[in-house]
Ligand binder design. Structure first.
Ligand code: ADP
Ligand code: MG
Length: 770
């Protein structure tokens, strides 16, 4: 192998796994996780302590969106949080927000402030109060005002806005999102930084970020679901309705790859695009399925637990860690939380994991498809709705067939997918996820719903007005381990309970017991947009269901059970097309889906167009989740990002091929040619084996040279398309992508033909096993 690769592998082998100090008590006994969980978070209780009772009460009202925050309260909170943070080493604060770049943004400001005073007539005065100045004194103080807490004005012109903010009116504001708690994160040299979760809006109040629309969508779910629940849940006249709030819950299963950092540094494609643009699959990869749930390699486990330690302190309830299917692929999942907090926590998790991996000389790859031919990564978004009393609305309970609240919510979700499946597809579209979706190892681009055998039977029995097959009989909800009859049962194994659904990994949107799992979401993307769209579609569907119930019940104050069944039946019938229990990876499904009229949106640029489709845009604007101009701007941002991604990939590939892969082949070819020449002169050998190797190599080298030229030409043509992001994205998808695939195919042939010693970048076999 070439020297750089050898050095880097040596370095990797000789590296000692980093060890950190897990918290322990002065007597050396361990501190339990629950004891330091959330210690770096400024909790509501601390705000309560800092404020007089009435001020705290008005703060709570503000949090629920019912009141504005006054300056006095903001000042008091700012003071308290500054002292708390500075006592923990904080020197700076930052508004932490989520522009439409897929990541988070922050700009740090020191607490340091300067105060000038002057003395006149031997007395101290505030600046600007008396005319006769004797001497001015400038003193350093630490300060953080309520205004600084509430809002900041980053230079917004460098964030994507899709034309919503022309540069001359480039004002954008970040505003504290009081629903997400502030926290501190370690900075360098024992210092730390106070993070203030924020939204990012324009001068006119347009959303420039992911959070604002997410918060609007949760407010809509709350409104629509509460209305439905209170309609079907009668209370005595004059009494308060039983449900006052509904929120969505989210648990994100984050998949990722870990590669050695020194090898990663030798791959410009990984560094600049997050995925390998060339490379062949080694003989053994994932076909043995021996990696899934396998023993976690020690340096990976060290990285995971160091990251978890920091996340626990940040109040992120990370729960599960394991190996995934592909080599070097892993997963991390938290306990679910209220959706917008869960989104913040997912972004924080991705950040912390990257940072810790870096310290451990590893690199996290969040790209959906870093390696061709190897399984990609997703971010399964487990989603449900919960009432303020903590009831999960998607819990089917023992007898779902008569649990009308559950069934009405379930059909609303089916209806949401039926109406807005195309929009859900948009919410997960990106140049990177495109490589994963429909690659026969990930959910397809057709959005359908998997319910499982039991719920399917429940819905079928209602639709056909017949009794349900006895699924709800308690016995069959348990599995006896170790045999089907009592005599062969292994007595030492306990009986376990069975979920109401089996698994279907091929569905993009699957019911899994008491929640839906939106599996098509990409590992790299923020869950904010997919969840916003899901919330929006379900909120709208809940309104349709409520409306249908009102029509059905006529003049009655509340719907009867018969009314509910009638409405449930109506929606079961109208949403049949989106229910699919079979193999989502099969070609048969693609045909079947087409017959059913389900959209199969193959490319991202097409998917982005859905944002402007009135079927979806009317729903989003009617609910007030997006304005028309916010949709237009997001559409442009997405199209632009898509073509930029492809442009970066194409130029990275071209440079890699022209400056590394091709020269390596030239060098090897040169050495073969020399040997052929020498053998001819000294041995008189006309047809040496080296000549055969040379002859096999030459046409592939020529092909690669041509492929690079063609790729460059395509990139050049893309620049000529002009300034229209839509046309550019279309062109990139139709031309740049195929030109890259073509060049890659040739380069991959060359990888095999070039002597290993000359090959400049790490092979898959080196990246995927360390
Ligand atoms: P499964 O193995 O079926 O995927 P897990 O229990 O491992 O289920 O959960 C996967 C993720 O789903 C976890 O993050 C979990 O917290 C989350 N989850 C469980 N229940 C809910 C719920 N009601 N709402 C949202 N997420 C949930
Ligand atoms: Mg799962």
């Amino acid at each position: 192998a070439n020297q750089a690769r050898v050095d880097s592998i040596q370095d990797n082998i000789n590296r000692v796994t980093r060890s950190i100090k897990y918290p322990c008590k002065p007597d050396g006994k361990p501190v339990y996780t629950s004891e330091f969980f959330g210690e770096n978070v400024f909790h509501l209780q601390q705000i309560a302590k800092a404020l007089p009772k009435p001020a705290y009460a008005s703060f709570l009202k503000q949090m629920r969106g019912r009141q504005a925050l006054d300056k006095g309260t903001a000042d008091a909170i700012a003071h308290a949080v500054r002292i708390w943070a500075m006592d923990r080493g904080a020197t700076h604060f930052t508004h932490w927000f989520q522009p439409q770049t897929g990541t988070t943004a922050e700009k740090h400001d020191a607490f340091l402030s300067l105060k000038s005073s002057f003395s006149a007539n031997g007395e101290e005065h505030e600046a600007g109060t008396t005319p006769e100045v004797e001497s001015i004194q400038v003193t350093a103080i630490d300060a953080f005002s309520g205004t600084q807490l509430l809002q900041a004005e980053p230079d917004a012109s460098s964030f994507p806005s899709g034309g919503m903010r022309t540069t001359f009116e480039a004002r954008g504001y970040t505003v504290w999102d009081t629903t997400s708690p502030m926290f501190i994160q370690e900075g360098p040299h024992g210092t730390s930084v106070l993070y203030i979760p924020s939204v990012f809006i324009s001068y006119n109040g347009d959303a420039l970020d992911e959070k604002t629309v997410l918060l609007r969508s949760t407010a809509q779910i709350a409104k629509s679901a509460t209305e439905l629940l209170n309609l079907i849940d009668p209370v005595p006249v004059g009494a308060q309705p039983r449900t006052s709030h509904v929120f969505t819950t989210l648990g994100t299963e984050q998949e990722y790859f870990l590669v050695d950092r020194s090898l990663y540094a030798l791959r410009p494609d990984l560094k600049h695009t997050g995925r390998t643009l060339v490379g062949n699959l080694p003989p053994k990869h994932q076909q043995m399925d021996d990696h899934y749930f396998g023993r976690i390699p020690s340096k990976v486990l060290a990285t995971m637990s160091e990251a978890e330690l920091e996340l626990f302190r940040l109040g992120v309830p990370v729960k599960t860690r394991h190996n995934e299917v592909a080599p070097q692929q892993f997963e991390l999942a938290p306990i679910f939380e209220e959706a917008s907090l869960a989104v913040d926590h997912n972004l924080l998790t991705m950040d912390v994991l990257s940072k810790v991996a870096h310290k451990n000389k590893l690199k996290v790859l969040y790209h959906e498809k870093p390696f061709k031919g190897v399984n990609g990564s997703g971010k399964h978004c487990n989603w449900s709705m919960s009432t303020d009393r903590g009831e999960n609305l998607l819990d089917p309970t023992v007898k779902p067939e008569t649990n009308y609240r559950f069934l009405l919510c379930l059909v609303a979700i089916l209806h949401a997918v039926q109406q807005h499946g195309g929009l859900l597809r948009t919410s997960i579209a990106s140049s990177s996820n495109e490589h994963r979706l429909g690659a026969c190892e990930a959910p397809p681009m057709i959005v359908s719903v998997f319910l499982g055998e039991h719920l399917t039977e429940v819905l079928n029995s209602i639709e056909e007005s017949r009794p349900i097959k006895n699924f709800s009989v308690p016995e069959i909800q348990t599995i006896r381990l170790g045999g089907t009859t009592l005599d062969v049962q292994v007595a030492s194994l306990p009986t376990i309970s069975r979920d109401l659904t089996d698994r279907n990994r091929t569905s993009p949107f699957a019911f899994t017991g008491n929640k839906f799992e939106f599996r098509a979401v990409g590992s790299k993307q923020s869950p904010a947009f997919p969840v916003t769209i899901l919330n929006a579609a379900v909120a709208s569907a809940l309104q349709d269901v409520t409306e249908a119930l009102r029509t059905q019940m006529g003049d009655k104050p509340y719907p009867s059970d018969a009314d509910k069944v009638a409405v449930i039946k109506q929606f079961i019938a109208s949403t049949k097309a989106v229910r699919f229990e079979g193999d989502g990876y099969s070609d048969a499904w693609i045909e079947e889906a087409e017959k059913r009229g389900l959209p199969n949106i193959k490319t991202s640029p097409e998917a982005f167009e859905q944002l402007l489709n009135p079927v979806h845009s009317d729903m989003l604007t009617k609910l007030g989740i997006f304005t028309q101009s916010e949709l237009q701007s997001r559409h442009l941002i997405l199209q632009e990002r898509y073509s930029k991604d492809l442009l970066v990939e194409a130029t990275t590939l071209s440079t890699l091929l022209a400056s590394q892969i091709l020269p390596a082949a030239f060098e090897y070819r040169g050495s073969l040619a020399q040997t052929v020449q020498v053998l001819k002169t000294i041995e008189g050998e006309e047809a040496s084996p080296e000549l055969a190797a040379l002859q096999a190599l030459t046409p592939v080298v020529k092909d690669l040279q041509a492929a690079i030229a063609q790729l460059d030409d395509t990139v050049h043509k893309m620049h000529l398309v002009g300034d229209d992001p839509v046309e550019e994205a279309k062109f990139a998808c139709a031309n740049v992508l195929p030109a890259m695939n073509n060049a890659r195919a040739v380069a991959d042939k060359l990888e095999v033909l070039t002597a290993d010693k000359y090959y400049p970048i790490p092979h898959y076999s080196e990246l995927l096993w360390f």
